[in-house]
Ligand binder design. Structure first.
Ligand code: PRX
Length: 648
């Protein structure tokens, strides 16, 4: 990048941790955070060894870290098992009969598993895997709805050392086929169907299509979820429940090398073929355990709900591995947030007295557009902590989350991280770090991020640049499965020896990080580089706007013209006057340079299934072109058609 990203957003609000919260928290003051952070950077091996010792190791490690950039090995020589740490470890004391997993299906079924029950189910299913000749090191695709059996399948793979690769249940047959081919999977675990907004997603049918023709897959295990009719391929497909009839409940966890692969998770990024991000056993477990413990500051009595689907990294680290390694009660919900009505989340929080909620800005903005009346119907007083992940959270959405959901009393942890980082990297600690709406604040222990210019020099406060990480951390990706050259090029070539995140950011004078979005999304308007997130936040701060997306379109004079797509809140009318008002509003919030050239109203914005706005598609629409790029990750195809047709 020739020039630095300019940052214009002004945000001065500061929220200090409440005294009552801080008093009970593990890290209860800023000084304590600073002290531990310093140790984690100056003496990382001491810090990580102390944390790792809280877990169960079948064989102790000899060396905490072996680092030869870009290859890291953590807890070298140690042996352990992730499922043992998530389950067996809790069976000797009172946690044995504690709820490990609370589940609600979209149609309304409820199931609760104690640690003892979950352990038994995982052992039995691990025996099913063995019975079906699935061995240590084999790659297993898991393509399931957000049901407990998805977690059971993952933990069972971990128990025997098979490498799971979860494919989100919203992906197509083509996506499954590509992932199977890339990792050479020999088995698929799926369900007949899953529920989404009242209809049944035909998962097994998609698997059948993905396996047509030549394939490496020899076995498909089918969980009966929706009862829809499916085809069973003799000799290849077996029913989950039938297989259970043949196995016992005893299955010892296999002792695995710390660097044994735990899972592969495909992430598409904005361009190119999906990358199979590889995570391994010891470092990943330590990372998810430690971040869950400190960031959510879990208590024995908490009911913790991370709304992510298990198909995403957030579902891996913060629905399953992190909470269970901590012996927490984790809640899983199968379906859509607006089914049957837009208050489903609040209904669930009230019903189970959820105390910690971890969700995404895209969901929060949707709730804002649906209106506060849905929230007001429910008692949310059980909540004590809120979290956000996946995108920059616009300050206005932050304030709404804080006031309307958190009742003004819950700290918000805005957590920055990536599939590649495995766990949370930049985040407030709720009892220690004062928060500013829109900032992920400060680095977690052992994380050494910086904002740098094209040459790799750190930029001064409030100057934008690229976000890098300067030293290895336990849960970092170990590679791109089957393509180490791409791993080096993608993450380690821009600044040799240092990890490049692909994000743009700035640090303010207090050292707080403000993520301005993916570098690929940066706009260049008349020589000024503007991050999309700031323009979007300015729009969302207008009383009538629910969501916004900013993109560039070629402009002979300015290099790029600025086009914004805006979704209005329920009840607001899309008028030419409002367009002018919005242009002026952005001008006032950020400066004349950021005034959009064109404002377009949209009923909805095109998003990936994980809720990220697909600016790449909007860019094509803004330039008046037909959409040509890959749309396989799009959540709702009808959105595109509506956007492309001329309005008014
Ligand atoms: O651009 C950042 C954004 O999401 C990217 C990572 O996406 P993914 O691998 O799908 O993982 C999502 C769950 C961790 C990042 O490069 N991002 C994630 N969290 C934040 C964020 N941007 C700003 N603030 C966040 N809290």
């Amino acid at each position: 990048m020739e020039q630095n990203i300019e940052s214009h957003l002004k945000e001065n609000r500061l929220f200090k941790p409440a005294r009552a919260f801080a008093k009970k928290a593990r890290i209860g003051s800023f000084e304590e955070y600073r002290k531990l952070y310093r140790e984690s950077i100056e003496k990382p091996e001491r810090f990580w060894a102390r944390e790792a010792k809280e877990l169960a190791w079948q064989l102790p490690w000899k060396k905490v870290l072996e680092w030869k950039a870009p290859d890291a090995k953590w807890f070298v020589g140690g042996k352990l098992n992730v499922s043992e740490n998530c389950l067996d470890r809790h069976l000797d004391g009172p946690r044995r009969n504690k709820a490990a997993l609370i589940w609600e299906g979209e149609p309304g079924e409820k199931r609760i598993f104690t640690y003892q029950q979950l352990h038994r189910d995982v052992c039995r299913f691990a025996n099913v895997l063995k019975r079906n000749k699935i061995k240590k090191g084999d790659r297993v695709i898991i393509y399931m709805p957000n049901v407990p059996e998805a977690a059971i399948a993952m933990l069972a793979c971990a128990r025997i050392g098979a490498i799971h690769s979860v494919v989100f249940g919203g992906f197509s047959a083509e996506s499954i086929r590509g992932r199977i081919a890339d990792c050479g999977a020999t088995a698929v675990i799926t369900a007949d169907g899953g529920y989404r907004r009242g209809t049944i997603v035909p998962l097994k049918q998609n698997v059948d299509a993905a396996l047509a023709g030549k394939t490496t897959v020899k076995r498909v295990i089918v969980f009966r979820r929706a009862g829809n009719e499916i085809h069973i391929e003799e000799g290849r497909d077996v029913w989950w429940h039938r297989e259970l009839e043949y196995v016992g409940a005893k299955c010892d966890p296999v002792a695995l090398e710390s660097e044994h692969p735990l899972y592969i998770l495909y992430t598409s990024g904005s361009t190119g073929k999906p990358k199979g991000i590889l995570h391994t056993t010891g470092g990943y477990l330590v990372g998810s355990y430690v971040t869950t413990k400190y960031v959510f500051d879990l208590r024995e009595e908490d009911v913790y709900w991370c709304t992510a689907d298990v198909g995403w990294v957030t579902g891996h680290s913060y629905v399953i591995y992190g909470p269970l390694a901590n012996g927490a009660t984790t809640l899983m919900y199968e379906g859509a947030p607006n089914w049957p009505e837009p208050d489903r989340f609040w209904r669930i929080i009230e019903e189970y007295a959820v105390s910690i909620l971890y969700t995404a800005p895209t969901a929060i903005r949707a709730f804002i557009t649906w209106g506060d009346q849905w929230v007001k119907k429910h008692d949310l007083s059980s909540l004590r902590l809120l979290g956000s992940v996946g995108e920059p959270i616009n300050p206005e959405a932050w304030m709404w989350y804080h006031d309307k959901i958190g009742g003004g009393r819950c700290p918000i942890v805005d957590t920055w991280w990536q599939t590649e980082t495995g766990v949370i990297m930049i985040t407030p600690l709720p009892g220690a770090i004062p928060t500013k709406p829109g900032s992920a604040t400060l680095p977690f222990f052992g994380v050494d991020p910086a904002v740098v210019d094209a040459k790799g020099n750190e930029v001064p406060p409030n100057v934008g640049g690229k976000l890098i990480v300067r030293r290895p951390w336990p849960s970092m990706l170990r590679g791109i499965y089957g393509d180490q050259a791409r791993y080096r090029k993608q993450y380690w070539s821009e600044y040799p020896g240092r990890y490049f995140t692909g994000d743009g950011a700035r640090r303010d004078k207090d050292g707080y990080f403000w993520i301005v979005g993916r570098i690929d999304d940066v706009l260049n308007v008349a020589g000024h580089r503007l991050g999309t997130s700031e323009i979007e936040s300015a729009l969302v701060s207008h009383a009538k706007v629910g969501e916004a997306a900013a993109v560039g379109r070629p402009d002979e004079l300015k290099g790029q013209g600025l086009v914004v797509f805006v979704t209005l809140k329920a009840g607001a009318k899309p008028t030419p006057r409002l367009k002018e008002e919005l242009r002026a509003h952005v001008g006032k919030q950020i400066g004349a340079i950021a005034k959009p050239d064109e404002v377009r109203f949209a009923e909805a914005l095109p998003k990936t299934r994980s809720g990220k706005i697909m600016r790449r598609l909007l860019k094509e629409i803004a330039a008046g072109k037909a959409v040509t790029g890959d749309t396989t990750t799009l959540e709702d195809f009808s959105v595109l058609a509506k956007l492309a047709s001329p309005e008014e």
